[in-house]
Design a protein around this ligand. Structure first.
Ligand SMILES: C[S@@+](CC[C@H](N)C(=O)[O-])C[C@H]1O[C@@H](n2cnc3c(N)ncnc32)[C@H](O)[C@@H]1O
Length: 207
């Protein structure tokens, strides 16, 4: 179900961004980490970017080129339309990240609340393979998931929850020796309705 574009198109259809539990007006943590690690001109991909403001914020701050990949065409079209002229600067890719064939490399892979939907080990292996293909040597992977004490479901779907060391072990299982963890943080996401969701965000370097 997490691979169903229909599911995600329905989730996004006719909903204001504020009705999405994961919505952030400003993706502050990702921006803070990216500002500290990346230079303008280095390519970023936001995997499962949906209607996130990250692409727009990065372009406004002079970062980019920026690509946003998502299963949901509805979300991508909504994001593009909201961005107006800036939307033309983004490469939009409608695809399943576990099956997508990257045709270029990126300096940074960003995923907020996508990997945690992958309940099958084969899907997680495929995701890590795509990530390894898509990242340039020395590239960074910034992955946010529900933490081990976070919610058990998101958008009506079950999720896998990770402590930072569990996420690092999962990447190591699927790509031994390829991703070195070097920064991790536990943090709270305040949903638009005012609830708190426990997240973890980890940064890895591709060896
Ligand atoms: C919880 S939302 C998070 C959206 C965005 N990252 C944010 O922080 O606002 C999960 C997103 O992942 C997308 N998604 C789920 N499974 C996917 C897959 N296998 N490949 C690509 N995108 C996927 C969904 O369409 C949705 O936009």
């Amino acid at each position: 179900m997490s691979h169903s574009a229909e599911h995600w198109d329905k989730v996004y259809a006719g909903r204001e961004d504020n009705a999405l539990t994961w919505h952030e007006d400003v993706p502050a943590l990702a921006l803070e980490i990216i500002r500290a690690r990346l230079a303008p001109g280095q390519a970023v991909i936001d995997v499962g970017g949906g209607t996130s403001r990250l692409a727009e914020a990065l372009l406004e701050e002079g970062f980019g080129p920026v690509t946003v990949l998502d299963l949901s065409k509805q979300a991508l079209e909504h994001n593009r339309a909201r961005m107006g002229a800036r939307g033309e600067e983004v490469s939009w890719i409608a695809a399943d990240v576990t099956a997508w064939e990257p045709d270029r490399t990126y300096a940074l892979w960003h995923d907020r609340a996508v990997f945690h939907f992958l309940g099958d080990a084969a899907d997680r292996a495929a995701y890590v393979t795509r990530m390894a293909q898509a990242l340039a040597p020395g590239g960074l992977a910034l992955i946010s998931t529900f933490a081990d004490d976070g919610p058990e479901r998101c958008s009506g779907l079950p999720v896998q929850r990770y402590a930072p060391q569990e996420l690092a072990a999962e990447l190591e299982r699927h790509a031994p020796g390829q991703f070195t963890p070097f920064q991790a943080r536990r943090h709270d996401h305040h949903t638009p309705a005012g609830n708190i969701q426990k997240f973890q965000t980890s940064l890895f370097r591709k060896c």
